[in-house]
Write a protein that binds this ligand. Structure first.
Ligand code: ADP
Ligand code: MG
Length: 389
């Protein structure tokens, strides 16, 4: 689960991490008033669930309140496209008005879960800011990574090592040690899989400040934080993903034309691979899970069909806990309800498979049954007229 920069900064300050003075605004008029409070000279920052805003025109310095109003009018409702949003972009509905800070140096600092070691790791670079990806690519030696022992936690000497690696000395170095330890505390307390400050800056006046903030919570821990569901900005999410969440379906939109309904994440991955192997492009990853009911299958099928990019549907299900005839009924019900005429290929196996296949073949839908995964993938690609192997 993601949150906005302004929310991350609110949380940072409760952990003693210094952030610039700011206000969130929902209208251009509010932006203007907030700019006036900041003394006119301030930074107007679009709040979207993605980084890379600076380079996409989503972070602008203004010099007087009327200019802030103009910039806000331009940004509100606009779809900001950054390297992290995909070509669709994300709509700006909230703007952070922040004091303009005179920056002396910009650093990168984050804590994230490293899947290889199954541990948190602290990542820092003396060359933070908007070109961090390039730094990581061209000068990886400038990125410092420290794996944190979960039993020992992050020790002050380790935080100091990182602060020194950033080139800090004296009081600022000690402040940075404290900030790093606070960031770790924040990461654990809030069950984050990522906390990132890019840039962490030293101002010309010599203060450390978190200039940007990104925080992502571990979805599996959301139940431990009552306030999290209310923090979600649904305008930033794909409506189909929101719908899928309601029915406890794992749905991820992809860019191709074949909707995939699968049970189990491993089977989903294999399905995407095999589809690609035969020249098909998956439109999504939809996992209905192990013990899905007929209703769940129906909803899943409807979600797939609501996506206008979907030109064909591939169902790949192993009927273990779930019976194949129940799955077939769910598919038939959903397809009839939304009057689906798209080509469908179903590959299923397991309990009551013959009955499931019979129901599908007699349903009157534009459906074929695949003998195995490869055969199913070949059929759907052919039905779509994609050629393929
Ligand atoms: P993003 O990472 O999405 O591009 P940031 O919040 O990091 O957005 O802003 C981009 C750049 O804008 C920062 O690297 C920093 O140089 C500058 N910046 C951001 N906020 C301020 C501010 N309040 N005062 C001065 N400069 C800022
Ligand atoms: Mg940033």
């Amino acid at each position: 689960m993601n949150i906005h920069e302004y929310q991350a900064k609110e949380i940072f300050s409760t952990f003693g991490i210094p952030v610039p003075r700011s206000r969130v605004a929902l209208t251009a008029d509010q932006v203007e008033r907030a700019a006036k409070e900041m003394g006119g000279h301030c930074v107007v920052k679009a709040q979207i669930y993605a980084g890379g805003r600076g380079k996409a025109g989503g972070v602008k310095i203004v010099h007087h309140p009327e200019q802030a109003n103009d910039v806000a009018k331009e940004l509100f409702g606009k779809k900001l496209v950054t390297p992290q949003t995909g070509p669709e972009g994300l709509k700006v509905r909230r703007i952070l008005v922040e004091e303009a800070v005179e920056i002396a140096r910009e650093f990168y600092l984050s804590i994230t879960l490293d899947r290889a070691t199954s541990r948190y790791c602290l990542i820092a670079s003396p060359e933070g800011g908007m070109d961090i990806e390039e730094v990581a690519h061209k000068s990886p030696e400038k990125i410092h990574v420290l794996t944190i022992d979960p039993l020992m936690g992050l020790r002050p000497y380790q935080a100091r090592k990182i602060a020194l690696a950033l080139g800090l000395t004296g009081v600022v170095c000690e402040d940075c040690v404290e900030l790093i330890l606070n960031l770790y505390r924040c990461c654990l307390d809030k069950d984050c899989y990522l906390v990132e400050i890019n840039p962490l800056v030293v101002t010309k006046a010599g203060w450390l400040l978190a200039m940007d903030g990104k925080m992502s919570f571990d979805d599996n821990a959301v139940y431990r934080h009552r306030e999290y569901p209310d923090m979600v900005d649904y305008s930033q999410l794909d409506p189909l993903e929101i719908n899928a969440g309601k029915y406890d379906l794992a749905y991820i939109k992809l860019e191709g034309s074949i909707g995939c309904m699968v049970n189990g994440a491993g089977l989903a991955m294999a399905t995407l691979d095999v589809l690609k192997e035969f020249g098909g492009e998956p439109a999504n990853f939809l996992d209905v899970g192990g013990g899905a009911t007929r209703e769940k299958v129906t909803e899943a099928f409807k979600i797939i069909l609501e996506d206008c990019d979907v030109k064909a549907v591939f169902v790949n299900i192993f009927g273990g806990i779930m019976r194949c005839d129940v799955i077939a009924q769910g598919i038939i019900e959903a397809a009839n309800e939304v009057q689906c005429h798209l080509p469908i290929v179903v590959r299923m196996d397991g309990s009551n498979v013959e009955e499931g296949k019979r129901l599908l073949m007699e349903s009157g839908l534009n459906v074929q049954v695949g003998d195995n995964l490869g055969d199913g993938a070949k059929r759907i690609v052919k039905m779509l007229g994609l050629g393929g192997k």
